[in-house]
Design a protein around this ligand. Structure first.
Ligand code: GLU
Length: 418
């Protein structure tokens, strides 16, 4: 990793630029560049063949200024310490931006989960939970799903934590199964949020659905839901991809058929439909379309491929999809970049609703949850839109300006202990 594509370096540099625009002295915001607490853990896992493999894991707690630490846990072979620090810091900013009473954290394990059996994955999750147990808790730090983790894994975390405490603690995670105190609408929330924002953006830019095309990079929880909802809205989804590669059709893909194909355990590269062309992920990024939605792992839009982007709007459906260098290229092209800080808010907003339901021991219906999600995410979007226009800066900087001001104000009010 070079300085240029180190996500933590990008975060601190953007913070410096935002602080300059806000006229802050270094001492007023320097604290935000450092995570409050970090834990590195080793996770021995007994494999099915009886051997033991050691995995490396992290939990980074960036800020608890506005509430308990909050953020997902990802399982991926590319997980690394600086990425964890950057993603934890982004969580602090996302919560501040949406006015949620949470701080920011992130966890992860360096592992390709597709190489593990289900039992190995369960043992890895339980041991990881045991290792980070001293620093998590329903009022301290609340994990959630992220890349390659899901409600089943959250259920195992909840069980492990509860066993160690001697009683059920549903509030230890969000994004858990409904029966264990999960929330309706949580699994789809991030993709749904992306679609609400895109609908609003099309309205503001006066782009009719029949004139709008979309290409979606990544077909996990977020990409799949965003594709499905764009398709329902009448937008032509012309290309989608997963790690195996992609498919493209200028007429628009039959997204229901692609979703059914993927949900029956197949890769997108194996998908067949009349007139469909098989493409690489790089070709997907260069596809002629109105909207490009990267919903994959970090840095997929980078200095090597940013110039090939033809989309008018790029929405960061996953965290840290665009490197700082690529961001500059896109801004110069006058491409509207809707940054992760706003675009991915759906997940954390419904996590907050889940926590509120847990605290009150009640359950809201899905209609109500989606209605509130739409209100909260569009309010944040609108604020970012206004601030970026008023200051003539890209939306990413607009989002940093709002979030940085909120955390610095909170710091000033709370003061320094002791
Ligand atoms: N992993 C998701 C995110 O990055 C959700 C975090 C949460 O719900 O705590 O926004």
């Amino acid at each position: 990793m070079t300085q240029a594509n180190n996500p933590y370096v990008s975060f601190t540099q953007t913070v410096d630029q935002a602080a300059k625009l806000l006229g802050y002295e270094r001492s007023a915001y320097e604290f935000i560049k450092y995570p409050e607490r970090e834990l590195s853990v080793s996770i021995p896992v007994e494999m099915d063949d009886g051997t033991v493999t050691i995995f490396e894991g992290f939990r980074v707690q960036h800020s608890s200024l506005l509430g308990p630490y909050k953020g997902g846990v990802r399982y991926h072979q590319s997980v690394n310490h600086d990425e964890m620090k950057a993603l934890a810091a982004l969580m602090t900013f996302k919560c501040a931006l949406a006015n949620l009473p949470f701080g920011g954290a992130k966890g992860g394990v360096i592992v390709d989960p597709s190489t593990l059996s289900k039992n190995e994955l369960k043992r890895l999750t339980r041991r990881y939970t045991a290792m980070i147990l001293p620093i998590i808790g329903p009022d301290e730090d609340i994990p959630a799903p992220d890349v390659n983790t899901n409600e089943e894994i959250m259920g195992w975390i909840m069980d492990t934590y509860s066993m160690m405490r001697g009683h059920a603690v549903p509030g230890i995670v969000t994004g858990k199964p409904l029966l264990l105190g999960g929330s309706l609408g949580r699994t789809e929330a991030t993709g749904r949020g992306v679609s609400y924002i895109l609908r609003e953006t099309r309205k503001r830019l006066k782009i009719l659905e029949e004139d709008c095309t979309a290409a979606i990079l990544g077909f996990g929880k977020v990409g799949k839901e965003a594709a499905r909802r764009l398709f329902e809205d009448g937008v032509r989804v012309v290309a989608v991809s997963d790690t195996s590669g992609g498919v493209r059709s200028a007429r628009g893909l039959n997204i229901q058929a692609v979703v059914a194909h993927v949900e029956s355990g197949h890769k997108i590269a194996e998908y067949q439909e009349n007139g469909v062309e098989h493409i690489t992920n790089e070709e997907l990024i260069a596809t002629e379309c109105t909207i490009l939605a990267p919903c994959a792992v970090s840095d997929v839009i980078n200095a090597q491929n940013a110039a090939s982007v033809q989309a008018q709007i790029v929405i960061e459906g996953g965290n840290a999809q665009i490197t700082a260098e690529a961001d500059e290229v896109l801004n110069k092209k006058e491409c509207l970049v809707i940054p992760d800080l706003v675009a991915t808010l759906g997940g954390i907003i419904v996590s907050y609703f889940e926590r509120v339901q847990n605290v009150q021991s009640l359950m809201w219906d899905e209609f109500e949850i989606n209605r509130m999600l739409k209100n909260v995410i569009l309010k944040a979007y609108d604020e970012v839109w206004e601030v970026s226009r008023k200051n003539a800066v890209p939306m990413r900087m607009g989002a940093y300006l709002i979030a940085l001001e909120r955390v610095c104000t909170a710091k000033r009010i709370r003061g320094i202990f002791p």
